[in-house]
Design a protein around this ligand. Structure first.
Ligand code: VGL
Ligand code: ZN
Length: 230
């Protein structure tokens, strides 16, 4: 029988930042701060690599409703063009101003056990593009910015990627889907994420699963195996 690749898991904590959390976040996700306990439990486990990502926008980022005339956050959208090919476009939802570089809203929450994190990746710095995924922007013809995250995971010979953080239906989803596309066995740990639109989360989960990501919980064998030697 062929040798199985060794189990070399990585944890990615997505955008666990003040602006995505109650009580003061400008784009607070309902119960967002409640993921703290399980995120920190996961951070105590022997992952080969633990990464935190930060949404890290300039003040005039394209995803802010305030960057456009007569647009409202949450309800309105805007057409975003690939800066390298203006024929490649899509409609993207607009948000309140959030995670502006250097502001307290962009801080990782102080409850997060930051000393356990090996690497912090910032994303969304190009004001012309939205970047939910910490791997790269959503364009394909040609691909624009690449954070180098896939290369880092490959260099460490990571086999499995566990994704947690905020928000489940945006950055966590896009991070996990890109990890799966990059060939990693990919899991979202459900207790450690919350959605911008909780009512849509069941449908969103089905969409995520259809793209090759497994949704697991803390009691699942996929998480329990991290607690024993490997
Ligand atoms: C996110 C909306 C806008 C996220 C980031 O981290 O899920 N959502 N920017
Ligand atoms: Zn953002």
């Amino acid at each position: 029988m062929a040798d199985r690749a060794p189990f070399r898991p990585a944890l990615i904590v997505v955008d666990f930042q003040e602006d995505f959390c109650p009580p003061h976040g400008s784009l607070a996700v309902k119960d967002g701060r409640d993921i703290t306990e399980t995120v920190n439990k996961l951070l105590a486990l022997p992952f080969v690599l633990k990464v935190a990502t930060k949404d890290w926008h300039p003040p005039d980022h394209i995803s802010f409703a305030s960057s456009h005339a007569n647009k409202q956050p949450f309800t309105d959208s805007v057409m975003i063009k690939n800066p390298l090919n203006t024929a490649e476009t899509y409609e993207s939802r607009l948000w309140p101003v959030h995670c502006v570089q250097g502001t307290t809203g962009a801080d990782l929450v102080p409850e997060l056990h930051l000393t356990q994190i090996d690497k912090v990746i910032e994303k969304g710095m190009d004001k012309r593009v939205e970047m939910y995924s910490p791997f790269y922007d959503p364009f394909n013809e040609p691909r624009g910015s690449d954070s180098g995250l896939a290369g880092i995971l490959k260099e460490k010979e990571i086999s499995d990627v566990y994704v947690v953080g905020l928000a489940a239906d945006y950055c966590v989803k896009n991070c996990a889907v890109d990890a799966a596309k990059e060939g990693f066995k990919t899991f979202i740990v459900e207790e450690s994420t919350r959605a911008v639109d909780p009512d849509g989360w069941q449908d969103c989960k089905e969409e995520i699963k259809a793209m090759g990501v497994e949704i697991v919980n803390m009691k699942s064998p996929e998480v329990q195996r991290l607690m024993t030697a490997f």
